[in-house]
Design a protein around this ligand. Sequence first.
Ligand code: EPZ
Length: 426
Amino acid sequence: MDRIAITGGARLEGEIAISGAKNSAIKLMTASLLTDEPLRLTNMPRLADTRFLGQLLRRLGVDVDERDGVAGPETVLHAPEVTSAFAPYDLVRQMRASFNVLGPLLARTGHAKVSLPGGCAIGARPVDLHLKALETLGAHIDLHEGYVYAQAPRGLKGAEIDFPISSVGATEHAMLAAVLAEGVTVLNNAAREPELEDLAQCLNAMGALVEGAGTATITITGVSKLHGATHAVMPDRIETGTYAVAAAMAGGEVRLTHTRGDFIQALLDRIEQAGAEVIHANDGVTIKRNGARLRAVDIETDPYPGLATDVQAQFMALMTMAQGESVIRETIFENRFMHVSELSRLGADITVQGGEARVRGVETLEGAQVMATDLRASVSLVIAGLAARGETVVNRVYHLDRGFERLEEKLGACGARVRRLSDSAD
Ligand code: EPZ
């Protein structure tokens, strides 16, 4: 199994082009189930997660064609017919977001059998809100032996759905199902993450009528048919935030291009408070840090536009070497501190109580063998490794490959000493 080795101490200087957003791309891919015409997605990231979903969609009857377009990687998805409405455990288990094929399958064919995704390393992550939304749209849902059996033989019907908490996945799922429902659907307390706007734009390009995405109230007027479209996947705001933190950690000057700084404003504000410089540009943002030690800053994760839970681990890595004590509160997932014990192996001084971590900055970290159990936790170890003395080896790189495209190449181009080790003895 591959590992990533980082020799710490190199400053980063250069430019990193940000890829298309993983968490948008995988929802956009499922939209291909809603039409018998081709959906062309440009600015597609090439990641393990998009490959997993491609496998599942192929089983459902979607032709998935990954190509190199003139403007970069693109994927054309075409489902002239949905040949199966069954998403088996083995495929859904590999990636939770595969569960979101349920709504589009139901909308297109009137029935679906999709495996429940189960919990994962960062928390229990139930899907009750997804199922409740589909039921409100008129679906009949039964759960047997780990599977959701859903039926809507006479089609879904528009309705008002009140989400008790903000859920990105449930809001996306309800939107994907409601575009082909009869009548008007209103989503109250909808998630406001930029990925929702991206999905709405794509669906509208396919002929849907979605208004208000990006706000807490989304109105969807159902249409009887959607058509093909071309849509460019939005830039990955978590990848942007990750490299912004990496630049602040290692020092130097890194320009992040093909992205938008405003998508991660809450994080950039904290990076600035910690003492790095943030310069916004039309096509991205530059992070600069010269010499002085960073200061400790407290953070709390929140739904958008608050600070994303998906950059909490990275920011914690940054704080391990800051001056003073930083309090990090995780409010979205109940078990998202698995990186703490691994950061401690590098010499970080962190204590956790419930949803709160206290990070007392140390002057030096020392390279070690580490591993993590999820994507963002793994990359926080790479970030720590950039500033640690000596060599840090991050095991279980498959987590990183799920969500970071060509990580070692992108960091390496800025002068980081990062290499991939292929080693079957993991
Ligand atoms: C999405 O997960 C992202 N994943 C996550 O990124 C991200 O951390 C999260 O949104 C929050 O921003 C994808 O987009 C594929 P939620 P999602 O539904 O949609 C609870 C990464 O590293 N909840 O907004 O699953 C849930 O347990 C991943 O790329 C219910 O209680 O998150 C959590 O506490 C990790 N019932 C809260 O809501 C439900 O039915 C928010 O979760 C659904 C969610």
